[in-house]
Ligand binder design. Structure first.
Ligand code: NOJ
Length: 556
């Protein structure tokens, strides 16, 4: 790539969830010094950008996504001196740092909110959404994403404030220019320190429909769905363009907006470089395909044809018009090998297959800590062992609605966010070597088998496979800018696609099943003789048949 401004197109990002990554001081909570200890490990993997989930001062109602002070490091994680050292150590290794920017809401303990709550005429009152009740009830029928109403009553002022997430995460009012100016100053503080970009938490929710109208309330639902009035709202593009103009455009950084509810059409508007908003967004569409109506806890098996259609739609829509981010995992999603792969017999094969399927597409790939060693979902027997506010609130709400414990636990095992948040598994010592103390959340008992130490000692491990994928991406421009074409569109078990660039071509075949399959497609079979094998997760085999979870990449 000639243009250095687009360095993020060739990068592979690794997400660190600091609380669960590595504890250096034995308090059971991961920390910044713990991250520094592992930078050589990340360098060995080959990733060039780290996205760090929030490390700011926070009362941790939502593990740091409720920020009390944007310019202070959370005590449990260390100090600003630790942070500066980490940034320096990263840069020394030619790696970059992307910070989480959480500005749809603050903590209710943030000074702005503390002021705002003091009185109706406090200058900070309008930094948040304060409204009078309607007919003795909440101002509208919106439900919070973390269960219950999205409004919390404040007795002294007889008004409610809006919180789309927990009641300790009041939403900021981006209509207020003073608030925007304060946020921009804070962003500059971090950028002037030399960080390399922002991952913007639910940033497409910062523009709310004026009047905050009621959402549609489906039968059996306790609250209305206000999504259409707070996602991709009326001023969202204007606000992002202002942020870009005031702050982002002055730095050589990368930006990725987390955007639930965004379609490929929205994504073009957000990521078209000429519009100057953000570089890429996180879509949720492919992550919603195994949910039935009513939300993520209502389980539905994945239909591979739908997944193929969906990812193809994104690949085509953004090709030369914007840019995709590519991900299977993050701190909010269950582990992909348990979700779309097989975390038992074919754990290694399916983890490599899933990685291949994603990493050969066009976009910037994101790897979530532990994905590179094939970490799996966890099943704790008791709710007491769960820590995530979303999970706990949902459990209580569904119990009150009459669901059984077993039904709810089935959903939690499949979709709970704590699946991704158990401690990183470094070795076979107690708690996977994450801490010498008592971890804030129990380790996944599989650490005895699945851990970094074992992975590094096995040349066939998932780790070395990821290392290879990252290295290949850096060498082959066809992966960065080649065309994408879906093959075997209706095949229920194989995800196959072709990337082409001038006279070069890559064919990627991925068996998403435990069945041995013969590919009966003449057109494809005719192509095979011209190609040679670039990568596979098995010892060399025949290209016309695929073993369980086999993946093959062919090159012409
Ligand atoms: C999205 C984050 O990824 C998630 O972890 C968090 O709970 C919500 N936004 C609220 O900040």
């Amino acid at each position: 790539m000639k243009n250095n401004d687009n360095w993020w197109k060739k990068s592979v990002v690794y997400q660190i969830y600091p609380r669960s990554f590595n504890d250096s001081n034995g308090d059971g909570i991961g920390d910044i010094q713990g991250i520094i200890e592992k930078l050589d490990y990340l360098k060995l993997l080959g990733v060039d950008v780290i996205w760090l989930s929030p490390v700011y001062d926070s009362p941790n109602d939502d593990n740091g996504y409720d920020i009390r002070n944007y310019q202070k490091i959370m005590n449990e994680f260390g100090t600003m001196a630790d942070f500066d050292q980490m940034l320096d150590e990263l840069h020394k290794r030619d790696m970059k740092l992307v910070m989480d920017l959480v500005v749809n809401h603050t903590s209710d303990e943030h000074e702005w909110f503390v002021q705002s709550k003091k009185s109706k005429d406090n200058p900070y009152r309008d930094y948040y959404f304060w409204r009078e009740g309607k007919d003795g009830k909440e101002p509208n029928n919106w439900g919070s994403i973390f269960s219950g109403s999205a409004w919390e009553y404040d007795e002294p002022s007889n008004e409610y404030y809006l919180h789309l997430f927990s009641k300790k995460q009041p939403d900021l009012n981006w209509e207020n220019p003073k608030l925007r100016e304060d946020v921009y100053q804070m962003m500059k503080y971090w950028l002037d320190k030399g960080i390399d970009g922002f991952r913007m938490d639910v940033v497409n929710m910062i523009s709310k429909q004026p009047g905050l109208p009621d959402g549609v309330q489906s039968e059996g639902q306790l609250y209305g769905d206000g999504g259409q009035y707070f996602m991709n709202g009326p001023r969202i593009h204007e606000l992002l363009q202002e942020m870009n103009h005031e702050v982002l455009s002055n730095y050589p950084i990368m930006t990725v907006g987390e955007m639930p509810g965004a379609t490929p059409e929205d994504a073009i508007l957000y990521t078209d470089p000429d519009r100057k908003e953000v570089n890429m967004i996180f879509t949720f569409e492919h992550m919603d395909l195994d949910s039935a109506p009513g939300g993520k806890w209502n389980l539905k098996p994945l239909n591979l044809v739908e997944l193929k259609e969906n990812l193809t739609k994104w690949q085509s829509a953004l090709h030369s018009k914007g840019w995709n981010s590519l991900y299977w995992n993050n701190h909010d999603q269950p582990r992909i090998v348990s979700r779309f792969g097989d975390d038992q017999k074919y754990r290694v094969e399916s983890a490599k297959m899933l990685a291949t399927c994603l990493h050969f597409m066009q976009g910037t790939p994101y790897i979530y800590q532990g994905e590179e060693i094939g970490m799996t979902n966890v099943k704790f027997d008791s709710l007491e062992d769960y820590r995530d506010i979303e999970t706990i609130n949902m459990y209580n709400e569904r119990m009150a609605l009459g669901y059984t414990h077993e039904e709810i636990m089935t959903s939690i095992y499949a979709k709970g966010r704590d699946n991704a948040r158990t401690p990183m598994q470094w070795d076979t010592s107690e708690n996977g070597g994450f801490t010498s103390g008592i971890p804030w959340i129990k380790a996944n008992p599989k650490y005895k088998e699945i851990n970094v130490k074992n992975a590094l000692n096995d040349s066939q491990s998932i780790f070395y496979f990821y290392q290879k994928l990252i290295a290949i991406r850096k060498e082959m421009d066809i992966i960065i800018d080649g065309d994408f074409q879906l093959l075997l569109k209706d095949h229920p078990e194989v995800f196959a696609y072709e990337r082409t660039r001038k006279d070069e071509s890559l064919i990627v075949l991925c068996n998403f099943s435990a069945n041995e399959l013969v590919i009966e497609d003449e057109e494809l079979a005719n192509k095979f003789p011209e190609y040679h094998l670039l990568l596979s997760n098995y010892e060399a085999g025949k290209t016309t048949s695929l073993r369980p979870y086999e993946t093959v990449v062919l090159k012409k």
